[in-house]
Design a protein around this ligand. Structure first.
Ligand code: ZN
Length: 167
């Protein structure tokens, strides 16, 4: 079986800002800002959100620079725009995480369901009743027929089984 995993990304936000000074050609004009969200993917399904990356593209020289290479002017313009409306990740970047949660919840529900079934199983019920009767009558007859040891019989294990099923 081939396991396919890697890092994918999607555009979270893209916008234009005027009067930005280019870090490359030093012209002051419009720039296009792009924020991407990266995620760890498994079989092309996003599982865990990772880091975000931001680039600015100068419309004059067409160079696309990562945030680490921006000048003060670009940083200021960008931070002001982001403070007004931050870039948020879409819900499906968490798709894999949610999937795992759903599977775990489903498993818990199933266990609860079958545990109730087990309690109501007539065979188990009658067995529990048998053990209860033995406990109440306090007459545990051993295979060799020796009932003389009754007083020493510790019925603790029987009680703990019935308590288990009562709960
Ligand atoms: Zn430029």
């Amino acid at each position: 079986m081939i396991l396919l995993f890697g890092i994918g990304n999607s555009k979270l936000k893209q916008f234009y800002l005027d009067d930005c000074t280019c870090s490359n050609c030093n012209q002051t004009l419009q720039h296009r800002f792009t924020v991407k969200g990266h995620y760890f993917s498994f079989f092309f399904v996003p599982v865990v959100p990772l880091y975000k990356s931001t680039t600015a593209e100068c419309i004059h020289c067409r160079i696309e620079l990562p945030k680490s290479r921006w000048n003060v002017n670009l940083n200021e313009k960008f931070n002001r725009a982001m403070a007004f409306k931050p870039a948020k990740r879409p819900w499906w970047h968490f798709f894999g995480c949610m999937g795992v949660l759903v599977v775990l919840l489903g498993f818990a529900v199933l266990v609860g369901y079958y545990y109730n079934d087990l309690k109501e199983d007539p065979e188990i019920q009658s067995r529990v009743q048998e053990l209860r009767d033995v406990g109440e009558n306090d007459e545990l007859i051993y295979e060799d027929g020796d009932a003389a040891l009754n007083e020493d019989v510790n019925v603790e294990p029987i009680d703990s089984i019935t308590t288990f099923f009562k709960n």
